[in-house]
Write a protein that binds this ligand. Sequence first.
Ligand code: PGA
Length: 253
Amino acid sequence: MTHRRPLIAGNWKMHQNVAATSALIEGLLAEDLGGEVDAVVCPPFTSLPHAAMLLTGSKIGLGAQNCHWENSGAFTGEIAPAMLVELGIQWVIVGHSERRTIFGESDITAARRAKAAQEAGLAVIYCVGETLEQRQAEKTFSILETQMAGVADLDPTKLVVAYEPVWAIGTGQTATADQAQEAHAFLRRRLEGFFSSDADALRILYGGSMKPGNAAELVGMPDVDGGLIGGASLDVGSFSAIIRASADCAVGD
Ligand code: PGA
């Protein structure tokens, strides 16, 4: 099995203005974040230029929370992938469940955004996950299969998949390690179908109420390669503790 270096990405959502971004990043830069782990923060758009400046030369990567599929044009309120690249940003989150449920994101538009982002040079964190209703109706795997369809067209070398069960996001109700592993193993099989042996190196993150206290158990599962962290990424102590807890959890040879 390929060694997959864990990745912990902080999704700051619509939190952290420029001043709060400075404080959080300066706090993280002062922490020992452990060796065998990658860390990324995804502030809101208006904080990205300042974050890019603060993170230059550091080990912490920088991501945006969304992007459009065109590189310019009459798309009021949208941000082009090339505009993110211009700021030195390396990552973008696509298809988050809040984009899907609140802002009408579909599997088709998520796939278009992801493709354009990769073509501009960004690495994509592609989010999938079922609602509680879908899980209770035993539709988890069919939903994940549908949501993953657009991934087939993407470049696996610039792709991370995030499994975020909607019922676990911001609720404090984390998936159990076994529930996460079961979904991640399913997603890995889909990725193998798309990318054959390249799927082995691809990281699949868990997201949904991940905290310092459950990170090691989750990331210790064979197919859980890190986390996409919302609430707990807004605090230096808890985010850095999750990063450190994950550093020793790489599964592989
Ligand atoms: P949470 O959010 O960690 O606050 O549950 C995760 C996410 O939405 O990415």
